[in-house]
Design a protein around this ligand. Sequence first.
Ligand code: ARG
Length: 472
Amino acid sequence: MGTHSPWSGRFEKPLDELVQRFNASIGFDQRLAEEDVAGSIAHAKMLAAQGIITRDEAAKIIEGLDSIRNEIRAGTFAFRLDREDIHFNVEGALADRIGAVAGKLHTGRSRNDQVALDVRLFTRQALEQLQGDVLNVIDALIDRAAEHTATILPGYTHLQRAQPVVLAHHLLAYVEMLRRDYARLSDARGRLAESPLGAGALAGTTFPLDREAVARNVGFPAITRNSLDSVADRDFALEFLATTSILSVHLSRFAEELVLWSTQEFGFLIFDDAYATGSSMMPQKKNPDTAELIRGKTGRVIGHLVAALVLLKGLPLAYNKDLQEDKEALFDAYDTAHDCLRVLEGIVRTVTFRTDRMRQATTEGFLNATDLADYLVTRGLPFREAHGIVSQVVLFAERAGKTLEQLTLEELRLISPLFDAGAQTALDVDQGVLRRDLPGGTSPRRVQQALEEARNWWSVEVGRQTAADTQG
Ligand code: ARG
């Protein structure tokens, strides 16, 4: 099985050397070796059970595949460029080992349904791994949030100080985003769990294959319903990339805040030395490179999604070699997201929050202005009017160089006679947070409840993952 392989009998010349390299995918699809062997073993077992090959032939094939798998795992398997891709590499190695009977393995099968299965198997495993990674980041966020249900800092809109919130509430916002990402990963995993084997090159096969048996063997609950679709579409890869892109965007936003908060201007947190780096020129620097890279790598994950969408958009049915280009996008998006999640978990677990700086920041910027307006509403004023009055109070305070709570009652009453002693209590930042006591709000009591709800959800999902693991 050299360059001029048995299945290219209709050709009179070997492949051009450049074309051989251009056409080959073994450089990257060797990553599918485990999946390829697993699919082949399932196929061989089924062929024997259906009486298409003998039990003895199947035993020889499976023994050969096992030895190939061992070599692959040990890193000693020699991948050959002249064998183009992972499918021909495994099949060729099998023939080297067991001789002509190896040729029976490909009965009723094409590389087209074979690769469709391999990529699905890889994607399923990748989705599972990312789900576990997301759960770990959520765990870290919940742990850190639990330390800070009473730590007050400014919440922002337009990156301007807006209203005080507690730090746990801020961290739990990311937990919510990650929970939706987790659900999307889970959803994508459910949808791809159909075995395409039996679709053949595009139109199925004349052999009486037991497609369900193969599906069961590789752990898929169902088989695909249309042979053309089975080999032609890669929407499961698109879903993986789309989900991973959305996830990455969430990580990127969080990373951006970590960068921002670590600046001297904010000073809300300090990166652990193990998660920061120095500058080659400026000795004083401690840079948040880890968070910057999480932010930066998001671009490349989104790039892979766009590349895959463009790859598929003009393809006629059924298989086209363009589809070979799906793999590197998938692999790199997976590796990138996997690393980003693990690094982020480490950052979250080790970062030092500067609660003094956070609290200090709530004293400037009139964060309690809404509370003062709300107070006037309790005195009977329509909110719109209260808003107008407090705008004047803010202007007055700004000119006087004072915070709202530094204004005397006399000064307040210059602007509205509705102000009385209660106004000053309304301006207390801690009271303001306490009063935001409704579902989804930032009062420590509500945040404590949200924390418990999140922790319970996490425990259930971790339990599910462990149960799935032990089932194999
Ligand atoms: N290496 C190919 C891929 O990744 C496998 C399928 C090739 N099939 C074919 N008819 N050329 O898509």
